[in-house]
Design a protein around this ligand. Structure first.
Ligand code: DGY
Length: 438
């Protein structure tokens, strides 16, 4: 059974390899996505460490001079019409010797330092030549990973409070999560835009499984606002309608500093600044995003200073921070065990993306209810870090059971476990390799 799952995962990672990068899925996402690359590298490290390093390198070769790592690196061999919004829509100028229109201007959660450390650990166990290659790759990536952090903690600290703000729901990776509903209500939905543009995702996916046209009108409007300001972050809160601090994004930002401390020590650099920043980010998450009334972490609208009322899976991810004080880790576990998120002991299934008891819980629509493997992989990591070993093991088994039964889907129905979205999804395959017993 395990061999079958392993082989099917490896097959998908072979099919989705595009020469120098991995696509998340051939039809729905035909370019390279930033946080996908990190999750994929973790699994690729088991079967093809050279490709894992190559994928990370391709992504970081597209890093902007200001340090941002784009959320999509466009493949010049892929037609403009194969994805919306494509290269011409973003109209990103040439930078760092790369041709114009090579990427988007948004970012995604900076999980790459965590991934690079995982690939390094695994690859060094593969023998001396792999270890040599990995040490070189890690040394190449390290300063670039640091610049990514500096961008996020610098230009993106729109609130001036030590957290990174996202300027578009796509930056969270949790595109249409109810976590953004309150802040998105302030973003005009110009439906005329949707008559001008064609949603390519609906040619290849079921509309009931994707964000709505109204969501897309707002998404497109936010890109146009950012584009008009030439993707410059100065004064964001004055001119941009969506400036939000996400607990999951910032937890990953903090976890990246923990990984960078390990990488720095390995490379003979000073790990202390990274440890200090990990602590500062953890403190800021607790200070700014913790809601004592409901004992949960929530996204914060920087423009209004208010926390989102929605209880989403983003609020559970600060568990991945090793320095999170025990009482917050306990509170997250209480939420994870509750009927809202229900661990496998309750449902037999991994954790859904949104509160099961919310009136607008939606079993099909992307991040408004379905189960995602990457988030559960992160959650399990957090459980292990904070000593919840039994529950981490239950969660691991339930993820594998789900993928074995339904396939390497993009996401899964939170009641019956059916696969939804893209059928041969790279991060689901890659993370299955990591979760299978060694
Ligand atoms: C999409 O196209 O759905 C992506 O999530 C945007 O990054």
């Amino acid at each position: 059974m395990s061999a079958e799952l392993w082989n099917s995962a490896v097959r998908i990672l072979d099919q989705n390899w595009s020469g120098d990068h991995m696509v998340p899925s051939r039809h729905l996402y035909p370019h390279q996505w930033s946080w996908d690359t990190a999750f994929i590298a973790v699994g690729l490290a088991y079967v093809n460490p050279s490709r894992a390093w190559r994928d990370l390198r391709t992504l970081f070769e597209a890093q902007w001079p200001d340090g941002r790592v784009p959320h999509i690196v466009f493949d010049p061999a892929t037609a403009e019409g194969a994805y919306f919004p494509g290269p011409a829509f973003w109209d990103v100028p040439a930078y760092a010797g790369r041709p114009a229109r090579g990427s988007t201007a948004l970012v995604q959660p900076p999980l790459h330092a965590v991934a690079a450390w995982e690939v390094y650990r695994r690859a060094t166990a593969h023998g001396a030549s792999c270890a040599r290659e990995s040490a070189e790759r890690l040394a190449w990536l390290y300063p670039r990973l640091v610049r990514q952090q500096e961008y996020l903690l610098g230009r993106r600290d729109a609130g001036g409070d030590g957290l990174a703000a996202i300027v578009h729901p796509w930056e969270s990776g949790l595109d249409n999560s109810p976590a953004w509903d309150r802040a998105m209500a302030a973003v005009p939905a110009d439906m005329e835009l949707m008559r001008r543009f064609h949603r390519r995702d609906l040619d290849v996916a079921d509309a009931a499984h994707r964000p709505t046209d109204e969501d897309y009108a707002r998404y497109v409007g936010l890109v146009l606002s950012y584009r008009e300001h030439r993707y410059d972050d100065a004064g964001l809160c004055r001119w941009h309608d969506f400036v939000v601090e996400c607990p999951a994004f910032n937890a990953i930002l903090g976890a990246a500093e923990v990984a960078l401390a390990r990488i720095a020590a390995e490379l003979g650099e000073d790990p202390q600044p990274h440890r200090d920043r990990a602590r500062q980010i953890t403190d800021a998450i607790v200070r700014l995003l913790w809601d004592p009334e409901t004992a949960t972490f929530r996204a914060r609208d920087v423009r209004t200073g208010t926390l989102t009322p929605a209880r989403t899976v983003a609020g559970l991810l600060p568990l991945i921070l090793p320095g999170l004080p025990a009482r917050y880790a306990e509170a997250i576990m209480a939420e994870v065990r509750s009927e809202r998120f229900g661990l496998p002991a309750r449902t037999g299934l991994p954790v859904p993306s949104y509160d099961r008891t919310a009136p607008d819980f939606d079993t099909l629509r992307y991040w408004r209810g379905p189960i995602w493997v990457n988030i559960n992989w992160l959650l399990r990591r957090g459980m292990l870090q904070h000593g919840f070993r039994g529950e981490a093991e239950d969660l691991r088994r339930s993820i594998l059971r789900l993928v074995r039964r339904s396939g390497h889907y993009e996401y899964f129905h939170p009641k019956n476990g059916e696969g939804i979205g893209a059928a041969a999804f790279s991060w689901t395959a890659a993370l299955s390799l990591d979760l299978l017993p060694g």
